[in-house]
Design a protein around this ligand. Structure first.
Ligand code: ZN
Length: 217
C-alpha cells in the first residue's frame, strides 16, 4: 500500500541536492534500519520468484514493454537480497503461487491504491484509477517514475519486508504514520526540494533489511 504522493515542488533540485539524495540511497549506516512497526517482517515465501505481468486494463499511457522493463529493473535490484527473481509476460489467467507472483491491473485488488501486495493470494495488484487521478492532477509528471516506485515497493513486501520503513528515502517507506510521526532522513531540507524524495528502486537499507530477515550472509 502506498500513501498518496506529494506533488508540489518548492524549488528545483540542484546537482548537489541530487548527489546527497543518491548517497542516501546507496549507503546504509548502522542505526538507520527502522520501521513503523505496522507489520510483521517474515522470510520471503519462496527461494526464487517469477513475476508474471498481465498488461490488460493498464492506463493507455503505459505500454507493455515499458512496464516489463520497470519490473525487470525492480527484480534485478531485489535479487541483491540473495533471492533471484525473473519477470515474464502473461495474457491468460496464470495460477499464482508462492514462487509465481501475478502482477496485474485490478481495481478490486488494489482497493483504490496505486498498488497492493496481496501476500496470501500471491498477486501484486495495480490500481489504474489511482494513476488516472495522478494524471488528472499532474499531467506533466512522469508516471513511469511513480510506477517504478510502486512496483519496487510492492515487490519488497513479497521479499518479506511487510512493515514499512521509517527512513524517508527507502522504497518501502511511509513519510508519516497519520498520527504525527514523521519519517527520518539525513537531509530534512531536501524533502521539500524533491517532489518525491523516496527512491524508485530498493535502497541499500531496503536490501540490508531483506538480507537480514532472509538470513543471507
Ligand atoms: Zn506497502
Amino acid at each position: 500500500m502506498l500513501l498518496m504522493l506529494a506533488l508540489s515542488v518548492a524549488a528545483p533540485a540542484t546537482f548537489a541536492d541530487a548527489l546527497l539524495r543518491n548517497l542516501e540511497i546507496q549507503q546504509c549506516s548502522p542505526g538507520e534500519l527502522a520501521t513503523w512497526g505496522d507489520g510483521q517482517d517474515r522470510v520471503a515465501a519462496a527461494g526464487a520468484f517469477t513475476f508474471s505481468y498481465r498488461h490488460s486494463g493498464a492506463p493507455p499511457w503505459f505500454n507493455e514493454q515499458q512496464v516489463l522493463l520497470l519490473l525487470q529493473r525492480a527484480s534485478a535490484e531485489w535479487s541483491k537480497c540473495g533471492i533471484p527473481a525473473q519477470v515474464s509476460l502473461t495474457t491468460a489467467d496464470t495460477p499464482a503461487s508462492r514462487s509465481h507472483i501475478l502482477v496485474q491491473w485490478d481495481a478490486a485488488g488494489s482497493a483504490g491504491h496505486f498498488g497492493l501486495a496481496n501476500l496470501s493470494s500471491y498477486q501484486l495488484s495495480l490500481g489504474a484509477q489511482a494513476f488516472h487521478l495522478l494524471n488528472q492532477r499532474n499531467p506533466g509528471h512522469n508516471a513511469l517514475d511513480t510506477l517504478q516506485m510502486v512496483l519496487s515497493h510492492e515487490m519488497g513486501h513479497f521479499y518479506g519486508l511487510v512493515a514499512h520503513s521509517r527512513r524517508c528515502i527507502d522504497v518501502l517507506s511511509y513519510y508519516h504514520d497519520g498520527k504525527g510521526g514523521q519519517c527520518f532522513t539525513r537531509h530534512p531540507q531536501l524533502l521539500k526540494v524533491f517532489p518525491e524524495y523516496r527512491a524508485s528502486l530498493p535502497t541499500a537499507c531496503d536490501i540490508q533489511r531483506c538480507r537480514i530477515l532472509n538470513r543471507m550472509p
